[in-house]
Design a protein around this ligand. Structure first.
Ligand code: CP
Ligand code: NVA
Length: 300
C-alpha cells in the first residue's frame, strides 16, 4: 500500500521534497503552472480549533484555484468539539474528503489524526510548530535575498511555534539561525535540543543577533491560547523589533512577520511599512505555497 503523504512537520519530510514544494510554489506564482483542474472533484476539509485568517483563506482559495472543493468544519459545531474521538473522526472524514488541514493546540492530536486517517493531513499550526508558514517564508526570503543556504536568519522574540519550525528548517536547508530570545522562555528540554543543533546560536542582546543578518523575523509575544502576562512582556521588551535593530542587519536584509502583528509589542509602530519589510509579499506567498503543499500531498 502506498504511504500517505502527510505534511505534519518539516523534519518529517526529505529536503529534496521540500525543495520541490518551493519550486512548484514559484511556478504557480509565475503562472507557469496554472493548476486549474488539477484537483477537480477533490475536497479539502479544514478543521480549525483556533482562529485563522491567512491559513484558512489561503488554503480555501488555493483548493478552489486548483479546481477542487472545500468544506470547513468549525470545531465547536462538530462532534469532535464535544468528545467524539480523533480516530473515529479521522476514519469518517476520510470517507467523504480527500485531504485535511488541521489547526489545533495539541501536536499529539494532529499526529493522532494523521495516524488514523487514510487521506493526507496537513499541519495548519499547533502550539509546537507552524511548518506551512515557514515554506512561505523561505520562498519570500529567496525571492528577495537569494538561496537560503548559509544565510543568517535572526529570530527576535518569543520562543514559539513559528520559531521552532524555523529551527527545524535551519538544519534541512542549512542556514544559520540566530535566536534573540529571553533564556527564561526556553525550557530545559528545548535548551538541550537546541544545544545539539550546530546551526542555532542563542544571543542575550538582539543587536548582536542581528549583526550580519540577512533576515530578521518575529511574531506575537502571546500566541493563541497563551495567558497574557506582564512578566513575559517585560522579559520580551528588549527584543522588540524597531528601526534601529533593522538598521543593524545587513544592508540588503529583509524583515518578515507571519502576522497578525501587534504594534507596540513585538514590533515598533510602522515597522510593517519599513523599506525592509516584505510582510505583504510573505502573506501572499501563503497562497502559492499552499497550492504546492496540497499538490505534494495529493500527488500519487
Ligand atoms: N500566519 C498565520 O498563520 O496567520 P493566521 O493565524 O491568520 O492563519
Ligand atoms: N505564534 C502565533 C502564530 C500565529 C500565526 C500563534 O500561535 O498564535
Amino acid at each position: 500500500m502506498k504511504k500517505i503523504k502527510h505534511f505534519l512537520d518539516l523534519d518529517q519530510i526529505k529536503a529534496q521534497e521540500l525543495r520541490s514544494i518551493l519550486d512548484l510554489s514559484k511556478s504557480y506564482k509565475q503562472g507557469i503552472t496554472s493548476g486549474q483542474d488539477t484537483h477537480k472533484g477533490k475536497t479539502l476539509g479544514l478543521i480549525f480549533e483556533k482562529p485563522s485568517t491567512r491559513t484558512r483563506v489561503s488554503f480555501e482559495i488555493a483548493m478552489y484555484q486548483l479546481g477542487g472543493n472545500v468544506t470547513i468544519l468549525e470545531h465547536e459545531k462538530t462532534h469532535l468539539g464535544r468528545g467524539e474521538t480523533i480516530s473515529d473522526t479521522a476514519k469518517v472524514l476520510a470517507r467523504y474528503i480527500d485531504i485535511i488541514v488541521y489547526r489545533t493546540s495539541s501536536a499529539k492530536k494532529l499526529y493522532e489524526l494523521a495516524e488514523h486517517s487514510t487521506v493526507p493531513v496537513i499541519n495548519g499550526l499547533n502550539d509546537e510548530t507552524h511548518p506551512c508558514q515557514i515554506i512561505a517564508d523561505i520562498m519570500t526570503f529567496e525571492e528577495n535575498v537569494g538561496i537560503i543556504n548559509n544565510k543568517i536568519i535572526t529570530w527576535c522574540g518569543d520562543f514559539n511555534n513559528v520559531c521552532k519550525s524555523w529551527i527545524q528548517a535551519s538544519t534541512i536547508f542549512n542556514f544559520k539561525m540566530h535566536l534573540a530570545c529571553p533564556k527564561q522562555l526556553i525550557n530545559e528540554y528545548e535548551m538541550n535540543k537546541i544545544g545539539k543543533i550546530k546551526n542555532v546560536k542563542i544571543f542575550n542582546v538582539s543587536k548582536d543577533a542581528c549583526k550580519n543578518a540577512d533576515c530578521i523575523s518575529t511574531d506575537t509575544w502571546f500566541s493563541m491560547g497563551q495567558k497574557v502576562s506582564e512578566k513575559k512582556r517585560r522579559l520580551l521588551k528588549p527584543f522588540q523589533v524597531n528601526n534601529k535593530l533593522l538598521s543593524s542587519a545587513k544592508k540588503n536584509s529583509i524583515f518578515m512577520h507571519c502576522l497578525p502583528a501587534h504594534r507596540g509589542e513585538e514590533i515598533d509602530e510602522n515597522i510593517l511599512e519599513h523599506p525592509k519589510s516584505v510582510v505583504w509579499q510573505e502573506a501572499e506567498n501563503r497562497l502559492h505555497t499552499q497550492k504546492a503543499i496540497l499538490n505534494w500531498c495529493l500527488k500519487k
